[in-house]
Design a protein around this ligand. Structure first.
Ligand code: SF4
Length: 300
């Protein structure tokens, strides 16, 4: 790891030391670092809030193979990005801190999120995704090119189930399970507002089930198969909180978009459905709360 600051606009290789000026870097030099699966569980469970949770995610070193890969990619860099610094660290959850809609991918891309430090930013999948999010009113800009580009999500948050870029885009089951407590803790922290989870691709769909169980959601038996437009309602085992609707969506990978397996219209259809569910459930909750509010006053 390099010692000095690495910031956009310089040509230093990554990875970026925490708290050295990268736009949106949630961590500082004193953020605690998880070095094992047990430490991920401990640090995810003890984080006092979303800001500290994302800071801890962004410095995690619990998976030796992924740490070596992400840092090697950041040091060597692709030829076309040779003059850019690479983030080279885990990609933390990003977006609205009280979202109605959570978008879940599997893992960041080696020269996308691992380069820019933000999920689905700086690669073709991100171009496709953010164009749709913007058309559907969930992002302020139609593109997402760098951590300092001013992009913002509106009522939505995006995470990767596995936070580090894996070789050949394939995390191992152990790596997936080691990373799961970060997402489970994040789900717990946004559950008050969360109404819809959009799952991008079958791998993310599979990775999400143990996370949902750890976050307290009942598991349907049998588990429904992934498909574009698949939809089901999840409730918490303790009866608390909101029901959450899980929506399946084909991943906007280059392979899927080039072959037409997923089109802009198909992506828009899912995000407009997510918007509708979020608005309908939110309206129901408001009506319920208004009724109770009025009844409370009527009893005085
Ligand atoms: S994949 Fe997750 S658990 Fe593994 S090193 Fe990256 S952030 Fe940590």
């Amino acid at each position: 790891m390099v010692d000095g600051p690495v910031v956009p606009g310089t040509s230093s290789p990554g990875p970026v030391p925490p708290g050295t000026g990268w736009p949106g870097d949630p961590a500082t030099a004193t953020t605690p670092v998880a070095g094992s699966a047990a430490e991920v569980t401990g640090l995810a469970g003890s984080a006092p809030g979303l800001a500290e949770l994302t800071a801890r995610q962004s410095v995690c070193r619990a998976c030796p193979r992924l740490v070596a890969w992400r840092e090697d990619v950041a040091a060597v860099r692709r030829k076309s990005f040779r003059d850019e610094p690479y983030w080279g660290r885990p990609i933390a959850g990003w977006g609205d801190n009280a979202p109605g809609i959570l978008i879940v991918g599997l893992a960041p891309a080696a020269h996308g999120g691992n380069r820019t430090g933000r999920v689905f930013t700086g690669d073709r999948s991100g171009d496709f995704l953010f164009a749709s999010l913007h058309r559907c009113g969930l992002a302020t800009q139609p593109t997402s090119v760098s951590a300092g580009d001013g992009q913002r999500l509106i009522g939505a948050r995006i995470v990767a189930a596995v936070r580090c870029a894996p070789p050949e885009n394939k995390p191992t089951p152990d790596e997936r399970d080691t990373c799961a407590p970060w997402l489970a803790a994040e789900l717990g922290m946004i559950s008050d507002t969360l109404r819809v989870i959009v799952c991008l691709g079958g791998f993310a769909w599979q990775a999400l089930w143990p996370v949902l169980a750890a976050a307290g959601y009942l598991q349907p038996r049998p588990r429904p198969a992934f498909g574009h437009g698949a939809e089901l309602e999840l409730r918490r085992a303790d009866g608390a909180g909101n029901a959450v609707h899980l929506l399946g969506c084909y991943h906007p990978s280059q392979q899927n978009t080039f072959t037409g397996r997923v089109t802009p219209q198909m992506l828009d259809q899912v995000f407009r459905r997510a918007q509708l569910i979020n608005a309908e459930i939110g309206a129901e909750v408001m009506t319920f709360e208004d009724d109770h509010h009025e009844k409370d006053h009527g009893g005085i």
